[in-house]
Design a protein around this ligand. Sequence first.
Ligand code: PHE
Ligand code: ZN
Length: 896
Amino acid sequence: MPQDHSVVRLEDYQPTPYQIDRVSMAFRLDPMQTEITTTLRMAPRQGSNNSQALKLQGDEINLIGARLNGSALDASHYEATPDSFVLHKPPQETFILEFVTRVAPDNNTQLMGLYRSSGTYCTQCEAEGFRRITYFYDRPDVLSVYEVRIEAPKDVPYLLANGNLIDSGDMDTPEGFDTAQAWHYAVWQDPFPKPSYLFAMVAGDLARVEDHFITRSGRNVALHIYVEHGKEDRVAYAMDSLKRSMKWDEDVFDREYDLDIFMILAVSDFNMGAMENKGLNIFNDKYVLAKPDTATDTDYALIEAVIAHEYFHNWTGNRITCRDWFQLCLKEGLTVFRDQEFSSDMRSRPVKRISDVRQLRARQFPEDSGPLAHPVRPEAYSEINNFYTATVYEKGAELCRMLKTLIGDDGFKDGLDLYFKRFDGQAVTIEDFLASFEEACSVNLTQFSQWYRQAGTPNLVATYTYDAARGQMSLTIEQSCPPTPGQPTKKLMQIPVRFGLVARDGSSATFSGIRDAKSGSLIGGSDCTLLTLTNREHTYIFEGVSTDALPSLARGFSAPIHLRTNLTLEDQLILVRHDTDPFNRWEATQFVLMDHLIRQTRANQSSSIAVDQPVNAALIEALKTCLLDDSLEHAFRAQLLQVPSEADIAREIGKNVNPDAIHAARESLRQELAKALGTTLVELYQSLQDGGAFQPDSASAGRRALRNGLLDLILAAGEGTAKGIATAHYNEASNMTDRFAALAAMTLNRSTAADALLTDFHDRYADDALVIDKWLSLQASSPQEGTIGKVKTLMDHPSFSMSNPNRVRALIGAFAMNNPIQFNRKDGEGFKLVADIILTLDRSNPQTAARLANNFRSWKVLEASRQTSAERELRRIANTEVLSKDVADIVNRCLQ
Ligand code: PHE
Ligand code: ZN
C-alpha cells in the first residue's frame, strides 16, 4: 500500500488531460493468479493542455504487459510502479492503451479491489479500489462505457458484471490450467457511462432468487438476488423491499429504473453496508438476509432502508455522480435523505424521525464536536475512506431536508427535477446541485451553502416572554457555531425553525401575526409555522396570542442544531402532555429525563455515596398517561420509554466526563421509573402479548418494541418476579426479536439467569454467523467488570474471526461503541484492548481498523485520568512504525 501521506485539496481540482470513453476488460479467474486484460480507448480531453504526460493510478499493481495501439510498449516509453503508470509521450488523437495485470483475490484481505468472500469472487471499487485491478484514472469524473468478459471454470456457474449480458458460452480451458476442468465465459455490457468506482464483477457458485418489476412505462425488469446456497429462504424481505423502492421512486421522485436487469449479491465479508455498483449492487449479507427466527425487527428495518438506499443511488450517484470525492455528500446526503423519506412512508413518519435524530445525535454530534469534525463537504483529505462519515451521510441528509423545509415541497421537487434533467450523465458539484434549486425556485442559497462548508453543530438560544395584558409573546433566538479544527470563526447560517404554540392548559393557542421586533415588518400571518434565521439574533413578536402559551421550537428537528430555551421543567411537562408535534413531545420527555440524569450524575461525581434524587412526580404521571394512551402508536410509546443513553448524557455534560457516574445515574433513574410506574408496566406488558405468526410490518414491530421496552424496564426494577417473566419471554419467543430482546434485557440488567441463557442462545444458533454476531455484541456491551476478559476470551472463540469485518464490529466495535464504562475504564484497559486490535487489524484490513479507531474521537471530553490513558494508547498507535494511511490519519487528527 502506498505510504503516501499527502493531502488532496478541493481547490486543486483539475480535469484529467485525457478521457477514457471505452473500457473493455477480460478476467481470467483464479484464486491466486487472476489475469486481467484491460483495454482503454483514450483521447486528449478537449481544451486541455496535452503537453502533459499521461499518469494513471494503481495500487499494488502487478503489471504483466502494456501495449499502445496494439504494439507492445518499449520500457523507455513508460514508467510503471505498483501505484502509477506514466506514459511519457501520449498520442494526440484517440489511442488504445492496454494492460495485462495479475492479482491474487485470495490474498486480498483489505477487501478492496478483487477479492473472494466464502469462495465467491467479488469486487469493491469505491472509493479507490479499481486501481487495485488495473491502472486507471480512478476518480469519479472520468466516465466510460464498460464491456466485461469473465472466464472461469464451470464450477463457478454465475459470472456477472454491470449492465446487460450480451454473450456467454463454453470455451477451451486456457493454457496452464487443469484440462480436466471445463471452462465458460460471459460478456456484459453497461450502456451507461460510469466512473470506475461503480464497476463490479462477481463470479461464484451461488443460489439465485428471481422476481421481476414492471416499470411505469411498462418495461419488465428482471430482479435477481444472489446468496450462498441454503440462504434462499432469507431473501423474501429484501426482494419485497426492492420492489417497493422501485415503485416509490417512480411515485415520489419520478425516477424509473433504466436497465433490463437489477442484481444484488450478498457476501459475508464486506467493509461497509452495501455498494451501489450500476445494475449489480453488492451487499454485506447482514443487510439482505432475514427470516423471523434469525432477524430482529431492527434488522428488517435496516434491510428495507439499505436496499432502498442502494437502489436510489441509481439516480442520485450513478446517473448523476460526483465530480470529485469532496462532493461525496452530493450522492450520500441526498440518498440518505431519500431512503429516510422512503422508510417514513413505509412505516411511521414520527417514529422514523425520532430514531433518525437519535442516531444523528449519537453518531454525528460527537464527530462534529470533537477532533474529527469536518464540513459536510470537506476541503482536504489525506485518506478518502475516512470521510464516509456520519457528517457526510447523516448531516448531509439533514441539509437536504432543511432545503426542502426552506423552499417548500413543490419548490424542492422542481429543483430536483431540474437537477436530474440538467446533469443526467454528468459528474457534478454541490454548487451545481444548489444552482438547480436557485434557478427552479428563484431563491438565493448563498447563505444556506455555509451548511456545506462549516463544521460544528450550531447552538440556538431561545428566550420567550409572554405578556398577558397585551396578548403578545416575544421570542428571541440567537445563533452561534463553535470553533472546529481549522475553522476558528464561523459565518452566520440560514436556519429553518419550525414552531407552534402550545397553550398552558393544553387547549389550542392561536396568534394573529408575527412581526420582526427591530424592523416592525410582518414576517408571517396566523398560519405561519416556520421562522428562518439569518442574523445572529432575531426577536419575533407574536401578536394576538389567544391564551397563555409556550413556544414549541424546532419541531420535527427542523435543523441539526443544539437548542437551549428558557422553558422551565414545568413548561416542558406541558409539552410532554400536549404538544401536537410528536417529535417535540418526545423531545420534551427526553429533556425532563436528561435534567434528572445530569443532576444525578453530578451528585454521583461529587460524592461516592450519592443519594438517589426523586424522579419528578409530574413526569411519572405524564408518562403513565402516554403509555396508556391508545391513540399513540406503540412504537412511539416505546420511544418515550427509552431513557437517554449514556452517550447522550456524556454529550450533554460535555467535559470532565466520568462514565461511571453517568452509568450509575442512568441505572438509578431506570430503577426509580420502573418502581414508580409499577403495575402499569406489567399490565401493559401483559396486554401486548403477540399471537399469530410473525409479521415484519411496522405496526407489529411497534407492538413488539413497546412490549420489549417494557420488559427491559421491568427488569431494571430488580429481579423479583421479573426473572420469571423474562425467562418465559425468552423461552416462549416465536421470533428473534422477542428472544433476543429478553436475552439482552437480562444481560444488560445483570440478571442472574443471563449466563445460562447466553449459553442456550449460543447453542441454538451456533451455525448462524449473523445471529452469533448478536451474541458477541451483547456480551461485549455488558457493563460488568469482567467484560474485558470476556471479550478477550471470545476472540479465541471458533466463530470469531479477525478477517471478517462483521465479526470484528460485532465484538470489538460493540465494546468500543456500546459499552461506555468498560471501554472508558479508568485503568485504561479498555483503550488498550481496542488499540491492540486496531494495530493487529491494520496489517490486514486498514479500513476496518480505521473505523475502530474512530471510537477514540471523544477522548478529550473525559475526565483527566481517563484522558491520560486514552492519549497514551493513541500515541502508541501513532508511533507504530508501519501504519496504514487510514489509521494514521484518524489517530493523528484525534491527537491534534
Ligand atoms: N457508497 C456506499 C453507500 O451506499 C458505501 C460504501 C462506500 C461502500 C465505500 C463501500 C465502500 O453508501
Ligand atoms: Zn450511499
